[in-house]
Design a protein around this ligand. Structure first.
Ligand code: UT7
Length: 345
């Protein structure tokens, strides 16, 4: 009997994990509907003067009745893919950061996957960290790409906040708007590029300062809860304001310290666009001129998870981000979550 021959199965070696994770493209989408302060002041007891002075907001975009969060998300994603010169077939990870999913179940990411025609082998999930959702999503995608098990991720922040706002409550309805922003994240063999670091956190004991009290498992919707408006945003604005300034300043300082950087080395800060006065306070505490911040809250209001990726896309297209620049993203939102991220371009 002849001895057995050893058969070697030929297999290609597993690809090495990338050295860094980079943003390959950005895109954004704003719905056509425009709601100005003067139009709003015909609906509730407010004025253009009050809204501009207290928030810096002049107008916001409102999605049409047939336009869902997933529609806006898909449009922003297509723009980011075109910018990255990639196609849906290249994507193996999709994260949608949102507090306004199309449906309570399933994830809006799966609806966006189908709309974009992503491969069925792509991992798709939603992430709820409210206004900090995009930074949380970017960190998650970056870690998954860095593992070497995913190649190209789409991270989308998309919101239809007009669907969860109480249009009779002047203390909140003047603040929010709809829209979507997206980035494509991939690996790079060049060290020191892309996502340099992140600092995430949450202050869960303050959940009730900003929440939607009804419609979840702790308080399922009833005719009475719906009549009481429990499925709309409730916010203790003053308390949230103070915590927002403190947490965003700390998140910015911490990440700069971690990386041995001074605020002055940041070419452009992309803050969450909730209120111009919050952005001004952070600029003052970080001792940075306001011109160093990218601001579009006047045109969109607060679009929660969509706010930073829309601003990032607009900042890039406006020439505010150049190769070699350091950009700081910083956010705060319901949860209360907060986060910062440093990106080298
Ligand atoms: O994205 C998540 C994070 N969210 C935020 O960061 C939002 C943080 N909070 C804020 O931006 C601000 O607190 C608000 C813009 C929400 C409110 O500004 P404020 O300077 O803190 O005003 P306030 O709540 O202290 O209200 C001052 C006055 C009150 O009247 P009285 O009690 O002084 O007579 C309000 O009733 O302004 C009144 N007011 C309004 N008046 C006209 C509240 N909303 C309005 C309005 N129009 N829309």
């Amino acid at each position: 009997m002849s001895p057995p021959t050893v058969v070697t199965l030929s297999s290609s070696p597993a690809p090495l994990p990338p050295v860094s994770t980079v943003i390959l493209g950005t895109g954004s989408y704003a719905p056509a509907g425009l709601l100005t302060n003067s139009e709003l002041s015909k609906r509730v007891d407010t004025s253009d003067e009050w809204i501009v002075t207290r928030t810096g907001i002049r107008e916001r975009r409102i999605a049409g009745p047939e336009e869902a969060t997933s529609d806006m998300a898909a449009k922003a994603a297509l723009a980011a893919l075109a910018d990255a010169k990639l196609t849906p077939a290249d994507i193996d990870l999709l994260i949608v950061a949102t507090i306004t999913p199309d449906l309570p179940m399933p994830a809006t990411a799966c609806i966006v996957q189908a709309k974009l025609g992503l491969p069925t082998t792509a991992a798709c999930f939603d992430l709820n960290a409210a206004c900090s959702g995009f930074i949380y999503g970017l960190d998650t995608a970056s870690a998954m790409i860095a593992s070497g098990r995913y190649r190209h991720a789409l991270v989308i922040g998309a919101e239809k906040l007009s669907a969860i706002v109480d249009w009779k409550d002047r203390t909140t309805c003047v603040l929010f708007g709809d829209g979507a922003g997206a980035v494509v994240v991939g690996g790079s063999s060049r060290p020191g590029l892309g996502l340099v670091g992140t600092r995430l956190g949450a202050i869960g004991e303050s959940v009730d300062l900003l929440c939607i009290p009804g419609g979840g498992s702790s308080a399922p919707a009833t005719p009475a809860s719906i009549a009481a408006g429990d499925h709309t945003i409730k916010m203790k604005g003053k308390e949230v304001f103070k915590l927002a300034v403190r947490a965003m300043e700390e998140a910015a300082r911490d990440i700069l310290e971690q990386h041995g950087l001074h605020a002055d080395q940041i070419a452009c800060v992309i803050p969450h666009q909730a209120n111009l006065r919050i952005i001004e306070a952070i600029a003052q505490y970080l001792e940075l001129p306001l011109e160093r911040f990218f601001i579009n809250v006047d045109r969109y209001g607060n679009t929660s998870a969509a706010s930073i990726p829309i601003a990032l896309d607009e900042a890039r297209r406006a020439g505010r981000i150049k190769p070699g620049d350091l950009t700081l993203l910083v956010a705060f939102g319901a949860g209360l979550t907060y986060g910062s991220a440093l990106i080298r371009w």
